[in-house]
Design a protein around this ligand. Structure first.
Ligand SMILES: *Cc1c(COP(=O)(O)O)cnc(C)c1O
Length: 370
């Protein structure tokens, strides 16, 4: 067993006004979902994305459900999404009774392959839900063209890609509406948390109504519809606002760490480094590599060896179409291959250059053993 202190995949970096703002919530008694931080956070984060409205939520999963509910999706409706994503993208849609329709990924960006989308469209298709996987934006222009041609809505699951850019424009502002997550390991965090951002005023009002038990402000106990309590608390938003103040630096750190990894790991046989398309700014939520056949060790063997050196890592997600509750029996070869080969190395903003060197030394030494 290694003597090196344990290295986590992702730890939050809470180096700004987090404690000050949380203390303010406690001292002022505003600890539930009323309070100034929620609105400040919503407005500032939405503006950062280039969107007019932000609706903060308890977590990212309910943001997806809330968005789907806001659009009245339900049984019989279909939403096209990549199979290679975190399960929450599919679950949030499925909670409404609508059907997630899974398509393959492209090898260049690991994101939804626009060429597979057109073939998946049926008369029941309502929307395309792109996901910006592991910090790299999806190729949105072709998706936008398909959506316009077929009269579909286009959404982004940007839970892993705060501040990532597509052709110079930030994620969250690239579609009709987007969701983000602020879970503890995301680019910025509120502990648990999420948000919908959109330019659509009607949707923003409806999402706010539905996340507030379906109430109108002037009549607090009249609930004309089945709705939810999906609100973010002022304490969450206080952490979020403090994190948001540091977002440029938090992204710069991840990009600097990715540079460091690239310098140390490029040229190793059988190791594919994460993509960055010419039109993209990757925020490297995860520093993700592919362990190819000619690396000499399998992805899972690499994981075990890293673990013995006190280095944590994560395998890629299983393609959602292979999970028991969705199991469609489809063959989506790119998603399946990426899922089998993909490994997320330690990626958090707390990583030191020494830690990255240690991870790279360990990986390089593995190649000598093969
Ligand atoms: C993190 C994440 C979510 C939302 O997760 P929560 O933990 O509920 O905030 C949704 N989609 C993707 C792709 C994610 O990575």
């Amino acid at each position: 067993m290694s003597e090196h202190p344990f290295i986590h995949v992702a730890e939050p970096l809470l180096a700004g006004n987090e404690l000050k703002y949380v203390t303010d919530c406690v001292e002022s008694n505003w600890i539930s979902s009323l309070g100034k931080y929620v609105q400040d956070f919503e407005q500032q984060f939405a503006a950062y994305c280039g969107a007019r409205y932000g609706i903060a939520t308890a977590n990212g999963t309910v943001a997806i459900h809330l968005l789907a509910a806001t659009l009245n999706l339900g049984p019989g409706d279909e939403v096209i999404m990549p199979s290679l994503t975190f399960v929450a993208t599919a679950n949030g849609i499925h909670y409404t009774g609508a059907t997630p329709v899974f398509v393959d990924s492209e090898t260049e960006t690991w994101n939804i392959d626009p060429e597979t989308v057109a073939a998946a469209i049926t008369p029941r298709t309502k929307a395309i839900f792109a996901v910006h996987l592991y910090g790299h934006p999806a190729d949105m222009d072709p998706l936008r063209d398909i959506a316009e041609e077929h009269g579909l809505l286009l959404f982004e699951d940007a839970a892993e890609a705060h501040g990532a850019c597509y052709k110079g424009k930030r994620t969250g502002g690239l579609s009709d509406a987007a969701i983000f997550s602020f879970y503890g390991n995301k680019i910025i965090t509120t502990g648990e948390g999420g948000i919908i951002v959109t330019d659509n005023e009607e949707w923003a009002k409806r999402a706010f109504f539905l996340e507030n038990q379906g109430r109108y402000n002037d009549n607090p106990y009249w609930h004309p519809e089945l709705a939810y309590n999906y609100r973010m608390t002022n304490i969450q938003a206080a952490i979020g606002l403090a994190q948001f103040e540091q977002i440029d630096e938090l992204i710069a750190i991840r990009r600097r760490n990715a540079d460091h990894y690239r310098q140390r790991l490029s040229g190793i046989k059988g190791l594919t480094l994460p993509p960055e398309a010419p039109w993209a700014t990757n925020v490297y939520w995860m520093y993700s590599v592919l362990i190819e056949d000619d690396f000499g060790l399998s992805r899972d063997e690499v994981r075990t060896q890293l673990r013995q050196a006190n280095i944590d890592s994560r395998p890629f997600f299983y393609p959602v179409h292979t999970l028991p509750m969705y199991n469609t029996g489809q063959s989506l070869p790119v998603a399946e291959s990426l899922s089998a080969k993909g490994l997320n190395l330690p990626s958090g903003a707390t990583l030191t250059p020494e830690q990255i060197d240690y991870v790279c030394d360990t990986l390089t030494n593995l190649t000598n053993k093969r």
